[in-house]
Design a protein. Structure first.
Length: 126
């Protein structure tokens, strides 16, 4: 069985990324000055996805994503505030949702259909 490339990258990055690297990456994506420059309606979506990725790396490294996000909120100056608490809770919830969605969607299911009237194969995804 061939090992999927993305799983290999995920495992390698989880083992090579230390606590400081992960925290610095999340702090970088949560930086209020950078978030203030977002102009499009859904412009923060890539940042949210990257934060979810790094929270998953922290979880795989044996750390609690909720504790990690609270420490990140302290680092950006939102620690102990309602904004910091709500942001930390939302990011942890987004990681859980992304994890559930990934488990549901992978592997991408494909059904090969061969109708009686066609000699070739047709691919239909579900």
């Amino acid at each position: 069985m061939k090992f999927p490339r993305f799983l290999l990258v995920l495992l390698l990055s989880a083992t090579l990324a230390g606590a400081d690297t992960i925290r610095e990456a999340i702090v970088n994506h949560c930086d209020p000055a950078k978030i203030a420059t977002i102009t499009s309606e859904r412009g923060a979506n890539p940042r949210v996805r990257k934060i979810c990725y790094w929270l998953e790396m922290a979880r795989l490294d044996g750390r609690d994503p909720a504790v990690e996000m609270r420490e990140v909120m302290d680092a950006v100056g939102w620690g102990g505030t309602a904004k910091g608490e709500l942001t930390a809770e939302a990011m942890v919830r987004n990681r859980v949702i992304a994890d559930a969605w990934t488990r549901q969607a992978w592997p991408i299911s494909a059904v090969v259909v061969r109708p009686r009237f066609a000699p070739g194969l047709m691919l239909a995804t579900s």
